[in-house]
Design a protein around this ligand. Sequence first.
Ligand code: 4AD
Ligand code: MG
Length: 462
Amino acid sequence: MLSHTLIKNLLASTTFGTEVNARGWVRTRRGNKNIAFIALNDGSTIHSIQVVAEMSKFSEDLMKKITTGCCLSVTGDLVQSHGKGQTVEIQAKQVEILGEADAETFPLQKKEHTMEFLREIAHLRPRTNTFGAVFRIRHHLAFAIHKFFNDRNFYYLHTPIITGSDAEGAGEMFHVSTLNAANPPRNPDGSVNFAEDFFGKETNLTVSGQLEGELGALALGLIYTFGPTFRAENSNTPRHLAEFWMIEPEMAFHDINDNMDLAEEMLKYLVSYVLEHGADDLQFLNDRYDKELLARLRSVTEKKFARITYTTAVDMLTTSGKTFEYPVKWGSDLQKEHETFLVEKHNAPVIITDYPREIKAFYMKQNDDGKTVRGMDILFPWIGEIIGGSQREENLEKLQQRIREMKLPEKELWWYLDTRKFGTCVHSGFGLGFERLALFVTGMSNIRDVIPFPRTPKNAEF
Ligand code: 4AD
Ligand code: MG
């Protein structure tokens, strides 16, 4: 038997008359008692190849079993197609059913399904055109991230998934333990004795690789992490996941302006990369769901991002004449509605810097005004916050003072503080939420639809 050829390559081929073998899953079947037209898709591209089978050449039993969802191996001649919207098709000579799909119970039918229903069959939704497109785009984005950093002399650093520290000090962590939850060993005062736990201490799933990333940057200069992160916040929104992937570059000798420059360059690069390498899939999503998608993506690659301070943002909001659901006050965090206003006002992505220190993490570089820190959030159209980052406080005393003010466990951070004792320097970094980026690029409306198997409150099936 011939080794099979990817449908993506067959569709680009012009060697008509040659015998080929394709393998994939039946998307649709139509025809009459003389002839069957089968749309076969193998996931290599959004496009299916048309297989033409003359009924008289095959057994009735075989033809009956060719239904939506079944897996086929088709051998035949590659010929020029006269059907509209396609250039090549396969004139079937041999058809083998590799895996039948029971037509009565196969849940993906020709009619359009809701996104909610497709989430309930997340094990099969990659077989739809939409999710095929989304997951291929996700791949292109991931690949482009590695390429972007590798081309700029960054090293990929693997930070731990299981950690003893709470990097953000937000306390929204999943515990990792092998103790018997029903009857754990206890201290004399009744508290759980974690000394007897697997690691001999309390451990959690990481919320961020940043603190370890900083250790890497102060040795390798330029590093980035790209791995899963976990947050046990009970946020049931279209933009939050309990398990999501984050990209966190960390750079020695970079201040907040260098940090913003890199983040802007990276986002533009990633969107441009997908416009080039995921063109077919993006076109499909544009035509099917969101006619503005391609225009919005191009606009982000072309426009200079606006850069304003938090204080300016608050001024703009309070003098806007608009009433917001959440009142705007210097010192409180910006809400989604405020972010939306700022992005629409600038008609471009917006970078906000110099936040009040009370609403930001302990590690952010303190400004001389004693009130603000050199943090930055990047706000995108539709998404809101896509990146959070900062210049880091490199001064040991200032860092310790902030840790004490915030009542964080200073002793447990001894290894982090050591970098400020031994050869500290100006450094910066940021975190890009991978699924927030995928959401923006695909134009999907819910973050659960850009990750193959979403983890959200009360949902960890599959
Ligand atoms: O703003 P965050 O919390 O920043 C950090 O974790 C820093 N340690 C990053 C750094 O400076 N190295 O998270 C960074 C980004 C957010 O801007 C957002 O895009 C994404 O991670 N994010 C989430 N994405 C999906 N679901 C959630 N629950 C998210 N929480 C944050
Ligand atoms: Mg943030």
